[in-house]
Write a protein that binds this ligand. Structure first.
Ligand SMILES: CC(C)(COP(=O)(O)OP(=O)(O)OC[C@H]1O[C@@H](n2cnc3c(N)ncnc32)[C@H](O)[C@@H]1OP(=O)(O)O)[C@@H](O)C(=O)NCCC(=O)NCCS
Length: 145
């Protein structure tokens, strides 16, 4: 398994995963717009030339927002999500980031547990933030030591 930065060339593969994973997937244009920015960091985990998972974040001064994280449905529960999250946290810390924020669907217990296990705490709720289906977003933050 290799961890590396995601590039525009990965988008075909990432979009296939994204459509399997999210009811409202990011579009190619959405990924492209963020990928080419200098204030973002997108990582991909690859094995035998296939992308197994990915995550991206936006960095503003000493704060970062995790924008997305996903693992191939056939390869979940192997620790890959945890590995990507921990890798992104380490890289952000090296860049001087102190606060990492994210939002997650209230019913997404797997993701919420993953974030809690990795030191994120709930610090707010955004009412009806998600569509298809409409659902509140739980806001979580981790303070890096
Ligand atoms: C959330 C997500 C990224 C987690 O990815 P993952 O690779 O399955 O994450 P991990 O394997 O690190 O952890 C998930 C679970 O597998 C368990 N696990 C990890 N390694 C394991 C192993 N070797 N054997 C058995 N279980 C294991 C973890 O304990 C964890 O269990 P839990 O659900 O009871 O807490 C993935 O479920 C996903 O892509 N979901 C859809 C997209 C999504 O919701 N993204 C988050 C948006 S905010």
């Amino acid at each position: 398994m290799t961890l590396r930065e995601m590039t525009v060339d990965d988008l075909d593969e990432v979009l296939v995963l994204e459509k399997k994973l999210f009811p409202v997937p990011w579009t190619r244009e959405g990924f492209f717009t963020f990928l080419i920015r200098k204030d973002t960091l997108f990582l991909a985990v690859e094995e035998a030339d296939s992308i197994l998972g990915y995550a991206g974040c936006l960095i503003v001064l000493d704060e970062a927002d995790i924008l997305n994280i996903g693992v191939d449905p056939g390869r979940q529960r192997e620790g890959i999500g945890g590995f990507i999250l921990q890798s992104i946290m380490r890289l952000l810390q090296m860049q001087g980031v102190r606060y990492i924020h994210l939002e997650v669907r209230e019913s997404n217990e797997t993701a919420r547990r993953l974030y809690e296990r990795n030191g994120f705490a709930v610090d707010g709720l955004r009412k009806d933030y998600y569509t298809d289906p409409t659902e509140d977003a739980v806001l979580m933050t981790k303070i890096l030591g």
